[in-house]
Design a binder for this molecule. Structure first.
Ligand SMILES: Nc1ncnc2c1ncn2[C@@H]1O[C@H](COP(=O)(O)OP(=O)(O)OP(=O)(O)O)[C@@H](O)[C@H]1O
Ligand SMILES: [Mg+2]
Length: 251
């Protein structure tokens, strides 16, 4: 579980989250809704550990399921890479392009780091074996092998960037997967492909936190709870029925 208690966050002295309290349980899926600027992406960034955000109050506890960490630990005390090892994955609203980081190297490194993290007894996968291993995933995600030689996301289309993110989810099996408006900028077919790939990754051992303005993605997931952010705080928690009402009457 991720448990957020009275979280208060500033950016350059400006309050962007005020006393947000909510929980994300493992095995359940959540919708995080709210008007533009209500703080959804900011909350995601704070969970992932973006240092731009200044946490001035409250706490975030996480159950990592890692051996030796049976009790919840403070997420805010962890560096971003430790959060990733603890199972946090953020699919960005605007996927960054990172020059000089080769996609193939990047995928192999994150795979090995997460393998070591979850199965300390296992040894690093060699480049040769990883190449064979990644091939099946590239086929499943319909990603051309030539992409492996390119820099991470540089010049990729919106769809290609999303597919690379989904590939990462498949490779490292995060427990808490935050999808920040992955439905924006994709054509209907591309969206359907990505949503179907994602839905296949849904399991009792993970949690999807879905941020959307269009709701189409919820056709692919069973949503257990809906959180609505308003004026930079949690206005209400609801069940899925509220979505029809929001679609019709707005927030
Ligand atoms: N790094 C930053 N620097 C300055 N202001 C920021 C920063 N990040 C977020 N904000 C401000 O915080 C507020 C909340 O923004 P955020 O992106 O979290 O909203 P959102 O709910 O994701 O909106 P949208 O639905 O439009 O994506 C906005 O007023 C935004 O300008
Ligand atoms: Mg946003």
């Amino acid at each position: 579980m991720i448990s957020i208690k009275n979280l208060k966050v500033n950016v350059w002295e400006k309050e962007i989250l005020k006393w947000v309290s909510l929980d994300f349980e493992i095995g359940k899926n959540y919708l995080l809704l709210g008007k533009n600027w209500s703080g959804k992406s900011s909350l995601s960034s704070v969970i992932a550990g973006n240092p731009k955000y200044d946490v001035v109050g409250g706490e975030i506890l996480i159950e990592t399921g890692i051996k030796g960490q049976e009790r919840p630990v403070s997420l805010l005390d962890m560096a971003p890479d430790e959060r990733s090892k603890a199972g946090i994955f953020l699919s960005f609203q605007n996927v960054p392009e990172i020059k000089w980081i080769n996609l193939w190297e990047y995928l192999r490194i994150i795979y090995n780091i997460h393998l070591k993290n979850t199965k300390p007894e296992s040894s690093e996968i060699t480049p040769f074996i990883f190449k064979r291993f990644i091939k099946q995933y590239l086929e499943e995600f319909k990603i051309d092998e030539a992409f492996l030689a390119r820099d991470l996301n540089v010049g990729f289309s919106g769809w290609e960037k999303r597919k690379i993110e989904m590939l990462q989810v498949k490779l490292i099996w995060p427990k808490y997967i935050i999808l920040d408006e992955i439905d924006s900028g994709l054509d209907v077919d591309a969206f359907k492909t990505v949503a179907e790939l994602l839905a296949k990754l849904d399991s009792p051992n993970n949690t999807f936190i879905i941020i959307t303005h269009y709701f189409k993605i919820v056709d692919y997931f069973k949503i257990d709870k809906v959180y609505l952010l308003e004026d930079w705080k949690l206005k209400k928690e609801w069940w899925m029925e509220i979505v029809e009402e929001i679609k019709e009457r707005g927030f």
